[in-house]
Ligand binder design. Structure first.
Ligand code: UD1
Length: 345
């Protein structure tokens, strides 16, 4: 079975590509490298010992995208490609709406034209906005608080409308909680552009000496230690969730949303403490004011994914921290080409 992965060179896309190859799917990756590096593709091959087809294509270029569908007999699409920085989305909303929403509309239109109606969509727990309670179930109201989150929410709605118009579509909307960690080989991981916005890449860069200290955004939340609580999920567990979702959509039609989280919440200081223990590094930090738009506590009820996809997250925060640190310490500059890699290429 041939699977097209859009954004397959990115953080979650590359880990999912590894799991697809491990499960013997035929893989076609498409990426425009707007927030990813070519080297990640070599690493996917190194980890799996398997090959795949790659296209450097932007979803906004319909002609290029159609060529991918003409060249390949695609059975299903896993759609990751999109911009994902919350702060940036507030500064340049039109760019986010155009890229994420128009890109997805073009993708779905081309899928429809070529009769490919199986889709796994990369959504986010950010669609729940500020939930009234935790744990969060899939039937909670959707009310994103920023343009990035609204692109995810709008795409979910667009996809539901497509299904109403044509019931042959089968779609899993996967709402990720907080993906961290890296492949246990240390060969692929998160490679943020510039200074990281998210907690774990920030911690790992403090540990490696690239950044001076972590700023903890608020210690006056109604949590055990006052710092924000999140549902961190190992990116490999998340990637495996995509395989389970793919298996599910190939056997039925409809549109279903699934929370992919562990169901457990950890505070910022608990994450710092666990990271220090597994890495042997001290993470200097100072407490600063709350980050605008942040919520106190967010964690999933992942029962629906367990019952319907036969999926549960297996890796705990210790393993998440160990794997994040292995990736950072062996790739201090992410995928930036080193002399060794230049020779290989
Ligand atoms: C953020 C995004 C969310 C996105 C997710 C992707 C916001 C408001 N939300 O979620 O839409 O889907 O990333 O993974 O940006 N923290 C610090 N210091 C830091 C960084 C973070 O104290 O330098 C704290 C935050 O206040 C929060 C926790 O760490 O309590 C996790 O933050 P982060 O990793 O940015 O994820 P979210 O805010 O949950």
């Amino acid at each position: 079975m041939a699977i097209l992965v859009t954004g397959g060179a990115g953080y979650i896309g590359s880990h999912t590509s590894v799991e697809l190859l491990n499960a013997d799917y035929e893989l076609i990756i498409l990426d425009n490298f707007s927030n990813s590096k070519k080297e990640s593709l070599n690493r996917i091959r190194d980890i799996t010992g398997k090959d795949f087809t790659f296209y450097e294509v932007d979803l906004l270029n319909r002609e290029d995208l159609e060529k991918v569908f003409l060249d390949n007999q695609i059975d299903a699409v896993i759609h990751f490609a999109g911009l994902k920085a919350v702060g940036e989305s507030v500064s340049i909303p039109l760019h986010y709406y155009h890229n994420n929403i128009t890109g997805t509309i073009i993708l779905c239109d081309v899928m429809q034209k070529y009769g490919v109606k199986n889709l796994v969509f990369s959504s986010s727990a950010t669609v729940y906005g500020m939930p009234n309670s935790v744990p969060i179930t899939e039937d909670f109201p959707l009310c994103s608080t920023n343009p990035y989150g609204r692109t995810k929410q709008m795409i979910e709605e667009i996809i539901r409308d497509i299904y109403v118009s044509d019931e042959k579509w089968s779609v899993a909307l996967l709402r990720y909680f907080n993906p961290i960690g890296a492949h246990s080989s240390g060969l692929i991981g998160e490679d943020p552009n510039g200074i990281p916005n998210n907690l774990m890449p920030y911690i790992t860069q403090v540990a490696s000496g690239k950044l001076k200290e972590l700023k903890v955004f608020g210690n006056d939340y109604p949590t055990n230690d006052g710092t924000g609580v999140r549902d961190y999920i190992h990116v490999v567990d998340l990637a495996i969730g995509h395989i389970r979702a793919l298996e599910k959509i190939m056997s039925i039609t409809g549109v279903e949303a699934y929370n992919l989280g562990t169901g457990k919440g950890y505070s910022v200081l608990e994450m710092v403490d666990t990271f220090e223990k597994v890495s042997g590094k001290t993470i200097s930090y100072s407490i600063v004011g709350r980050r605008p738009g942040d919520i106190s506590t967010c964690f999933a009820n992942p029962s629906k994914a367990k019952e319907e996809l036969n999926w549960v997250a297996k890796r705990g925060i210790k393993e998440m921290c160990e794997d994040s640190w292995r990736w950072q310490s062996t790739n201090p500059n992410g995928y930036e080409i080193t002399i060794k890699e230049t020779i290989r290429n």
